[in-house]
Design a binder for this molecule. Structure first.
Ligand SMILES: Cc1cc2nc3c(=O)[nH]c(=O)nc-3n(C[C@H](O)[C@H](O)[C@H](O)COP(=O)(O)O)c2cc1C
Ligand SMILES: [Mn+2]
Length: 468
């Protein structure tokens, strides 16, 4: 296993630079379009992470595409390949590791207050052509505390600039951060909130993870890193933040206050509409000396949020369904729409039980669940497509579950139906039990492993295309 206990973002990017996975842009760039353009092309081309040194109108450099490729995502966790990822996540998170609280922290080296706070000068990027404005909050982790039980939550929710010191806070009602706020609104109390960006990569990964309620994501970070995350108390609110963060925004979200924010180019590859959102009022900014802002362009694949939200939530979902259903071998999920489950089919109805578990017990709101047999390689879409094409009889194998809780951003539903989705399960396993019921044998696989083995034995190392 590779290294996962990065002290801070800087240690990780120094490592990326050694691997040739970081480029610096020294020229001044225009935040209205140029960061968008370069970040977009960089994602499409699986290019290195990009450090923009000089941004017109902003006081600080910014890093994009940090975990924007499979390689960098896996590198952050020190894991070699996707087929190891789910099991490795389960192994490391068997026991959660609480943070270590420190007194003095790099993230509080410099303090900005009052008139000195100007969000426009900190991050003024317009990430997509038709966004409603500047969106500093893309990889900004919102840290809140449950007013009833004190459990911390970390989540990444979009935040667009409303004024010099206020941002719209795009946490939908089904997120944990928003649920903390709903509790505060019921109590009529002001919610303290800290927002951080520029952290060791484990923080980005865990803040993107869909977990059950009442899970402190920083304890998952400690488990993934193999040692506790260092955290420090904020200066104006009772909240802990990762000590090596580049930026910390301390502030409040007041009950009953809303403002229109957005639209915004989203992870669905479509714009999300402008919305009436709660408002985050920044009352103090602390940052490291020579801080580096961290941001992301949202888009459909390939994208950074597809990896961080998709893969981390996949690992947690795998862990959950493995405990509930026998014969679960692996799980591959995209960011929120499709889950592919690989099972060792043991009984009729087993694939349907796996689907029910994904829908009922996991938190990413997967719409489509595809179940395949153990001979399918779920990390190869050709193999999945083969199963879908050859093992599915739609009237028997497609399972529709109407009116499930969905994603508010799902572009397949119109505004009036927002928040709902139809579940579709596809049993793409071979219907062996049907054949056997009638005393028949399912067709033999075209695979010929003995012939392949015999050929390798005779021709190994000097296959016709390997000859000099
Ligand atoms: C760049 C980025 C932007 C995101 N923006 C949002 C958002 O605006 N709204 C949202 O609900 N989730 C967003 N997410 C996904 C959430 O972070 C994720 O669902 C996480 O689990 C939420 O935390 P929670 O489960 O503790 O509420 C974003 C993720 C990333 C990586
Ligand atoms: Mn949470």
């Amino acid at each position: 296993m590779g290294k996962a206990n990065w002290y801070d973002m800087r240690e990780f990017i120094a490592h990326l630079e050694k691997l040739g996975e970081l480029v610096r842009v020294g020229e001044e760039v225009d935040p209205a379009w140029e960061i968008n353009g370069l970040t977009r092309i960089g994602l499409q081309e699986r290019a290195p992470a990009i450090l923009f040194d000089r941004i017109k109108g902003a006081d600080f450099p910014m890093l994009t595409n940090l975990l924007g490729t499979d390689r960098r995502f896996l590198e952050a966790l020190g894991i070699a390949k996707w087929s190891d990822f789910n099991e490795e996540w389960c192994r490391r998170t068997e026991r959660l590791v609480p943070p270590r609280v420190v007194e003095k922290a790099p993230c509080q080296e410099v303090v900005l207050e009052g008139e000195a706070i100007d969000l426009h000068r900190i991050c003024n990027t317009v990430w997509h052509q038709y966004d409603g404005g500047e969106f500093p909050g893309t990889l900004s982790v919102s840290i809140t505390k449950d007013p009833e039980n004190g459990v911390l939550n970390a989540g990444i929710y979009r935040m667009g600039t409303l004024s010099r010191n206020t941002l719209g806070w795009g946490a939908p009602e089904y997120t944990h951060g928003r649920q903390h706020y709903i509790k505060h609104e019921r109590l009529g109390t002001v919610m303290p909130m800290a927002v951080v960006t520029g952290y060791d990569p484990s923080v980005e990964i865990v803040a993107s993870t869909r977990t059950p309620p009442n899970v402190d994501e920083f304890q998952i970070a400690g488990a993934l890193r193999g040692e506790p995350l260092e955290m420090v108390k904020c200066q104006t609110i009772d909240m802990l933040v990762p000590a090596t963060s580049e930026f910390v925004f301390e502030g409040v979200v007041r009950p009953g206050v809303r403002a229109i924010e957005g639209g915004f180019g989203e992870y669905t590859g479509h714009y999300g509409e402008a919305r009436s959102n709660p408002v985050f009022e920044v009352q103090r900014v602390t940052h490291r000396r020579k801080p580096i802002y961290l941001g992301a362009r949202e888009q459909w694949y390939p994208s950074e949020s597809a990896l961080t939200v998709g893969k981390s939530s996949q690992a947690v979902a795998y862990k959950t369904i493995k405990e509930l259903v026998p014969g679960i071998l692996d799980l591959r999920c995209d960011v929120t729409y499709e889950a592919i489950v690989k099972i060792d089919k043991l009984f009729p109805g087993h694939p349907q039980q796996a689907m029910d578990a994904v829908w009922g017990a996991t938190y990413a709101r997967y719409k489509h669940v595809i179940v395949v047999d153990k001979d399918v390689d779920i990390w190869d879409y050709d193999s999945v497509h083969w199963a879908l094409s050859t093992r599915v009889d739609a009237k028997r194998d497609v399972y529709i579950l109407p009116r499930r809780a969905g994603q508010w951003l799902d572009p397949a539903v119109s505004l009036r139906e927002k928040g709902w989705q139809t579940g579709m399960g596809i049993d793409a396993t071979m219907p062996d039990e049907d054949y056997h019921f009638w005393g028949e044998q399912p067709p033999r696989l075209v695979d010929d492993p003995q012939i392949v083995a015999r050929t390798r034995e005779k021709w190994g190392g000097r296959l016709p295309w390997q000859r000099k």
